[in-house]
Design a protein around this ligand. Structure first.
Ligand SMILES: N[C@@H](CCC(=O)N[C@@H](CS)C(=O)NCC(=O)O)C(=O)O
Length: 194
């Protein structure tokens, strides 16, 4: 059975979404990222960056065990393993990857930084404009519902910055409401991880 080492943060909850959406069985192991366990040698063997989340699958490629860090890589791995949520052909797969990496390296990172430094607010508002514009003509980020959507619903579904009103971005709000109506997303946001 897959072990998911995780925490109750947007980063930590992300892999739970894909595991729940695909009905993949898993053990959830809580690791407090500020508790020190994530810097111990045994944990660094499976997650060399010392962060959560991290996934261990005893039945990885070719039947050999695999361990993975980085929520985007973990979601790609489960999507590929189950053949779901990553586009239905080569072109749509690349559309998903493009949005997955855009959202991971821009939106996720900038909004994490906004927790610590207000000077990235302008950058975050530019990103909100870009996703709001994209979602004006697109139901989901990349074709059908995919791991690209799963990348940022934790951030926007539990938005924690009272100096930015997400209602100023109505296409994004339409997407948030649609995503939050999914039972697997609701469960992944509510499941206790601590
Ligand atoms: N890009 C990583 C970010 C992971 C991350 O920053 N995790 C935080 C908890 S939300 C962490 O483990 N922080 C502890 C540390 O950096 O030492 C991902 O998406 O998995």
């Amino acid at each position: 059975m897959i072990d998911l080492y995780s925490w109750k943060s947007a980063n930590g909850r992300r892999p739970i979404i894909i595991l729940e959406e695909t009905g993949t069985p898993y053990n959830l192991i809580a690791i407090d990222p500020h508790g020190g366990k994530n810097k111990e040698p045994d944990y660094l063997k499976i997650s060399p960056g010392g962060k959560v989340p991290c996934l261990v699958d005893p039945d990885g490629p070719g039947g050999s065990p695999i361990h993975l860090m980085e929520s985007a890589a973990i979601m790609e791995y489960i999507a590929e393993k189950t053949g779901q949520f990553m586009g239905s052909d080569e072109a749509s797969k690349w559309a998903v990857k493009q949005w997955l990496y855009y959202l991971a390296t821009n939106v996720s990172v900038s909004f994490s930084n906004l927790n610590h430094a207000r000077d990235v607010e302008g950058q975050c508002r530019d990103l909100l404009d870009s996703v709001n514009n994209h979602l004006a003509d697109n139901e989901y980020f990349a074709g059908d519902y995919s791991i690209a959507d799963m990348m940022v619903i934790g951030r926007f579904g539990a938005f924690a910055f009272d100096f930015i009103d997400l209602n100023d971005y109505p296409n994004l709000m339409r997407w948030v409401d649609m995503m939050m109506a999914r039972p697997a997303i609701k469960k992944s946001m509510e499941i206790p991880v601590s």
